[in-house]
Each structure stands twice: as C-alpha cells, then as structure tokens.
Design a protein around this ligand. Structure first.
Ligand code: PLP
Length: 479
C-alpha cells in the first residue's frame, strides 16, 4: 500500500463519484441492458499484468454504468429507497480505509464500543424502552440487512422455546405474521428448520388497511394450541413492503405475551420516520416487544448496509449464536468484560459499520434528519394529491409515510385493470425518466411511488407525474 498512490487514486475516484452525482439525472434511471450484456464486453480471464486506472475508469463509463440502475437518482421511486449521503459515504470510506474485522472486542475495541454507543443513541432518538439499551440486559447490534435481523431473532426465539419444550418439538413450533410480512421471515423459517406449514401468514384485507387483526391472530393461535402445536414467535410489521400497513402492536403484543411467544417488530422502512415525534406513535406498543429492527440504510441517509436490531435479552441471541474456539480466545472475552458481536450475528467477520451511522448522526444532527423525513413525506403527500385530482386514477390505500399506492382505472372492465397498470408501469419505466415498482393488493395490480431518494425535489415528483399522465393518456386512447 503506497499512501501517495492512495491519495492520487482516491482523489480521482472521489472526483469520479462527485461527477456521477452531478450528472446522475442524465442516466436512464432503470438500466436498459439485456441479460448477459457484460459477459460479452469483458475478457474471459483476469489480466496477467497491471492495467492503468484510466483504462478501468473508461470501462466503468462505457461498460459498467450502462448496467447500473440509479438508486440515488432523484427520479428513483421504486421499492423502498436506499439512502446515500456524504456523511454515510465518508463513514464507508473510513471503514474501508481502516479495514478492520471486528468480530470480537479485542480485534478493534473502538468498533464494538462505537456500535454500542451509536445504537444506544438511535434507540433514544426512537424513544425505545430502556430495556433495549446496552446498560441493562439488552442492546443493539448492526446487521447487514433486515433479513439477517429477523433470522437471528428467529433462531434466538426458537432455541429459547426448545430449551423449555425439548429439541424434539422443533416440528411443532409455529411462527405468526400477516400475509403482508416481508418474505425475509419465510426465508428465516427455511433456514431455521421451522416446518414449512408452520409459518402462518395470516390474511389481511383492505378494510383494515392490510394490518394484522388481533382477532385473526388469536383464533389461529387457539387452533394451533388445540392441535398440539407450539406458538413461539410473532413478527409484526410497521410499514409493510407492499403498502406501509402498520400492525396494531399493543393488541398483538399482549396476545404474544399471554402465550409466552417472542414478539418481534420489523420496521425496516418506516422505523426511520419514527425519529419524528409526530410519527413515533406508529411504534407505540414496542414496550411489549422482545426485539425491534429498522434499516438506517433505507431512509436514514446511511449508505447500504446498516440494519439496526435491538433486543431486550441479549443472552438469548448469544445462547443461539455463540461459539468459542481456541483460536479466538482472549483475556477480555474470557473474563466476560466485553461484548463480542460475533455472537450476535451469523458470520464471524464484521465491518466497522457504526462509523457511517455515527457520521450521519453527527454531521446532520437530529433536527436535520427529522426535516429530511418530513420533506419526503410532504412530497409523497403532494404526489397523492396529484393522483387524487385526476379521475382516471385512484389512490388504493391511505398513505401513511412516503409511499403512495395507486393505479390507473380501466374504462369499464375491471378484468383488464391489471394488464393496463402493468403496461403503464412498463411504458413509464422504459422512458428512463422515472422508475417506479408495483405490488398486488387484494388481487389488484397496484403501482407504488416511494419518495425517498436524497436528491428528490418537488420538480422531480411533478415530472414523474407528467410522464405517468402522458403515458396513461396514450394507453387509454389506444384501448
Ligand atoms: N422488512 C421490510 C418491511 C422491508 O420492506 C424489507 C425490504 O424492503 C425487508 C424487511 C428486507 O430488507 P433487507 O433487504 O434489509 O433484508
């Protein structure tokens, strides 16, 4: 490693990235390449001799960027956002620069300790119950993704109940969630050995805005108990992936507690909004939860990946996930003086991710972060109003955060509505001017407009709406 070369190349790379952000609106938001395009453009084997940085930059321009979908474009409204910021970016740079592997406290004490401090900060910002703070039996940990968060929690919940009922009862364990719950839960069940039929994804409907009904949950649990099955975990969601449904946490939590179940809350996207006092009520009931996760990498300006998970009883995680091979033994760990985050996650190795969240919290400050969230919600509300004013469209579910679910209404035949909206999505996205995604709610094909890219302004929302209206006119006119 030559420090001067790092300086020279590093400056060039920062310049390249800064220029990218400056010109980001010139790219088609959704990549237009065909599958396998890159294989044809790159050599079959790695070079035997070093190549110049300029040559590589040229390839990035001509071969890589065409295959990039520009998640940071202000015209990106698909899925949920994946935020980038200068603060998050600097934290990532420093993390890459130090390049430590902080699996145990001793392997870089600052990495473990900063993570503990920063997750305590964020827990306080979210006004989580004190039991989630590191001072007691609980604490926070950064996972790569919400999928990993739900997996480790499911393993902890599974093992906790198996200690009570015996390992042979694995086949009888049942986990509950709504049919709107992210597929990450199903994957966690697959990995965790939960019988495929015992992942109950309970029906929701439009009348309750796709939230899980406590009555439906109670009935499912009673049936399962009557059939000698063992309810062990409930996963509620605040801000579902399809439509931002919010499950009624207080009532669900009470049911979970009364059956001795682990209660997890997945607030991967909407958790960020709860840093604002006016949206904090969406996680009322978190007091009942055993664990809670939100993705700072979605909507809190922290570059991917950074999923914050808090747990009230850290020993449950450690019980499931710890190993203690000779080659990792050290004085601090043996004396039980420290946290070793290797025992709170699936892999051994871990990055110094807390740096970027720390940089974000410090360089923005809470008030600016709240303003950031409020602005996106304001823009989504604006889009919702635009949709409502055009009688050819309907808003499908009431907007809560920064996602608007809407669709183009067919002339008279509901049967062709799915095709119509599918076609509209394709045509709009193929303009390269905007990228939106879809879902299906109650059998209806629905378009999703998620505001949340850091560079998005009202003019981008208006321009996206213009494209949608224009293409809708073309489609309806051709019917
Ligand atoms: N949970 C919810 C509610 C989500 O919306 C998502 C992704 O959008 C996930 C979980 C999965 O997130 P990740 O990619 O961090 O695993």
């Amino acid at each position: 490693m030559d420090a001067e070369q790092l300086r020279e190349y590093g400056h060039k790379m920062v310049d390249f990235i800064a220029d990218y952000y400056k010109s980001i609106e010139n790219f088609p938001v959704l990549s237009e390449v065909e599958p396998g395009y890159l294989h044809k453009l790159l050599p079959d084997s790695a070079p035997s001799h070093p190549e110049s940085l300029q040559h590589i930059f040229d390839d990035i321009q001509t071969k890589i960027l065409p295959g990039v979908t520009h998640w940071q474009s202000p015209n990106y409204f698909a899925y949920y956002p994946s935020n980038s910021s200068i603060a998050g970016f600097l934290g990532e740079m420093l993390s890459a620069g130090l390049n430590i592997v902080g699996f145990s406290w001793i392997t870089s004490p600052a990495a473990t300790e900063l993570e503990i401090v920063v997750l305590d900060w964020l827990a306080k910002i979210l006004n989580l119950p004190n039991e989630f703070l590191s001072a007691g039996q609980g604490g926070g940990v950064i996972q790569g993704t919400a999928s990993e968060a739900v997996l480790v929690v499911l393993l902890a919940a599974r093992d906790k109940v198996l200690i009570k009922v015996g390992k042979n009862a694995l086949e009888k364990l049942v986990v509950y969630a709504s049919d709107q719950t992210h597929s990450a839960l199903q994957k966690a069940c697959q990995i965790g050995g939960i019988h495929p039929e015992n992942c109950r994804l309970l029906s929701t409907d439009a009348s309750a805005d796709y939230a899980l009904s406590p009555a439906v949950l109670g009935e499912a649990i009673s049936n399962d108990v009557a059939n000698d099955l063992i309810p062990f975990m409930l996963c509620a969601t605040v801000g579902t992936t399809s439509s931002t449904a919010v499950d009624p946490l207080p009532a669900l939590g009470k049911i979970a507690k009364s059956h001795g179940m682990w209660f997890h809350i997945d607030a991967a996207y909407a958790g960020s909004a709860c840093i604002c006092p006016e949206y904090r009520h969406y996680i009322n009931g978190v007091e009942e939860a055993d664990s809670f996760n939100m993705n700072a990498h979605k909507w809190l300006l922290t570059n991917f990946d950074c999923s914050a998970l808090w747990i009230k009883d850290r020993s449950a995680l450690i019980q499931s996930l710890s190993t203690n091979p000779e080659f990792l033994k050290n004085k601090a760990s043996q004396a039980n003086l420290v946290v070793d985050f290797k025992d709170w996650q699936i892999p051994l190795g871990r990055r110094f991710r807390s740096l970027k969240l720390w940089m974000v919290l410090r360089l923005y400050g809470l008030e600016n972060l709240q303003g950031y969230i409020r602005n996106h919600i304001k823009l989504a509300k604006h889009f919702e109003e635009l949709v409502s004013q055009d009688p050819r469209f309907e808003v499908v579910t009431p907007r809560k955060f920064s996602l608007v679910c809407f669709r183009l209404l067919p002339h008279n035949d509901e049967a062709c509505a799915s095709k119509l909206n599918h076609d509209l999505l394709d045509i709009v996205n193929s303009t390269g001017k905007v990228y939106i995604s879809h879902t299906v709610l109650s059998g209806k094909y629905v378009l999703r407009f998620a505001v949340g890219a850091p560079l998005t302004e009202e003019r981008h929302v208006n321009a996206a709406w213009d494209v949608l209206q224009e293409k809708a006119s073309t489609l309806l006119g051709s019917m």
